[in-house]
Design a protein around this ligand. Structure first.
Ligand code: GDD
Length: 399
């Protein structure tokens, strides 16, 4: 078995701005770990998995530090980054690098994970279902609220057999609350199916000048739709947590979902609860926290952060090198790298709404090197890098 993680590239991180201006989306800290660590660590637990291949169109240098650390953490697994020369689409990259993916030891099975979903990665359960049917692929699905379903790939299954009977990527109108969870398990014959899709596209391009042969190839529309029609896809529905991470607000939600999951599955990753630390909270060992501060729950604190006397932090991500001075307060927010929050300043927001309301800011996001003067209040704002604030602000984008 091998695993592939699709990480996309720089142009795709726009909804994570301003955070993605300084930190590429796969490396954003979620529950104290880079976003990509979560699927990678889950893949590394799969019995018999020998190799993890990361495919994207970020510069090699963007991924190299993470890959070095991951190799050290998972020494028995080959970990490689393969860079697309341009965005090839969710199936285009797989096709382009098929020889590398299929090279010895040739995998019978390949897991494919999107980078931007937070979930419990029930990969063993998917494998169990997969080994019981004769389809080409098993997809992770999740049931979402009706209002949000059309933002995802929508799935209709036969409840008796778990066979997928219909798939529509982001339909115009509602067809189902069961959606594509962004994690797949395929037989190696997936590559035959991708080739058919590629040949089909090339043939159509020859006939129709509007279809460009050079275009991207999508796993969802170009491969899974025909697989569903041919009754070759099966569906594993997770009842555990699942969240897509497209926006900064969803990063806070995802971080707390992972922290709560760590509390159940790997409490050693979390800070020990104490009079000042409420679980679940992650604190990097290089961070320094005054014992009179109160931190948590649902907080992740990065390297070299300093938190002063009497500070309060809850439902938040505090990124590397930031300083929260005495009696400052950070709630429902992300504090980017190297920010400075003055004494008695307050940064807060509302929790992420379930269905995101357009144009409304929920959590506050401070980008890199934002400075807040003492006693300033910043509520539900997006603050761009290097900004110094000395006046109260609410519900604004501060440039
Ligand atoms: N290597 C590579 N190359 N990766 C890509 C490319 C590409 O050209 N385009 C997208 N990706 C990666 C993204 O980084 C992400 O991990 C994944 O592929 C899917 O991204 P999108 O194509 O932006 O789709 P989406 O996130 O809007 O929707 C997908 O995920 C949903 C679940 O979160 C679809 O698969 C939906 O059906 C699904 O519900």
């Amino acid at each position: 078995t091998k695993g592939v993680i699709l990480v996309g590239g720089p142009s795709k991180g726009t909804r994570m701005r301003p955070l993605s201006l300084d930190c590429p989306k796969p490396l954003l800290p979620i529950a104290g770990k880079p976003m990509i660590w979560h699927p990678l660590a889950a893949l590394a637990q799969v019995s018999g998995l020998v190799e993890i291949i990361i495919i994207g169109f970020y510069e090699d240098s963007v991924m190299s530090g993470f890959i070095k650390d991951a190799k050290r953490e998972f020494p028995n697994i080959t970990i490689t980054y393969l860079r697309e020369y341009r965005p090839l689409g969710t199936a285009g990259g797989l096709y382009h690098f098929r020889d590398s993916i299929l090279r010895a030891p040739t995998p019978q099975h390949i897991f494919i994970c999107n980078i931007d979903v937070a979930c419990s990665f029930p990969l063993a359960e998917m494998m169990t279902l997969h080994s019981k049917h004769r389809g080409v692929g098993t997809i992770l699905s999740v049931t979402v609220k009706k209002e949000t379903a059309t933002q995802y790939g929508c799935i209709v299954t036969d409840p008796e057999t778990q066979q997928m009977v219909h798939y529509v990527e982001k339909p115009d109108s509602w067809i189902s609350n069961m959606v594509n969870g962004g994690v797949y398990l395929f037989d190696k014959t997936l590559f035959d199916e991708i080739k058919v899709a590629m040949d089909d596209k090339t043939a159509r391009a020859a006939e129709d000048p509007l279809v460009k042969p050079d275009e991207i190839l999508r796993l969802e529309q170009d491969v899974i739709v025909p697989l569903a029609a041919a009754k070759k896809m099966y569906v594993y529905e997770t009842k555990s947590f699942w969240r897509q991470m497209k926006t900064a607000a969803s990063a806070v939600t995802a971080s707390s979902l992972y922290l709560n999951n760590f509390a159940k599955t790997s409490p050693e990753l979390l800070a020990k609860p104490s009079a000042s630390i409420i679980s679940p909270t992650f604190i990097d060992p290089t961070a320094s926290i005054d014992p009179t501060a109160k931190i948590g729950p649902n907080v992740a604190i990065g390297p070299h952060v300093r938190i002063g006397k009497g500070a309060r932090v809850k439902d938040a991500i505090i990124m590397e090198g930031s300083v929260l001075e005495q009696h400052s307060c950070v709630l429902n927010s992300i504090v980017g790298t190297d920010c400075h929050i003055g004494p008695w300043a307050r940064v807060d927001g509302a929790p992420e709404p379930e269905a995101e309301v357009k144009g409304q800011i929920s959590v506050t996001v401070l980008a890199t090197e934002v400075t807040l003067a003492p006693e300033t209040l910043v509520r539900s704002c997006i603050v761009l890098p290097n900004k110094s604030l000395d006046r109260n602000s609410a519900n604004q984008v501060l440039l």
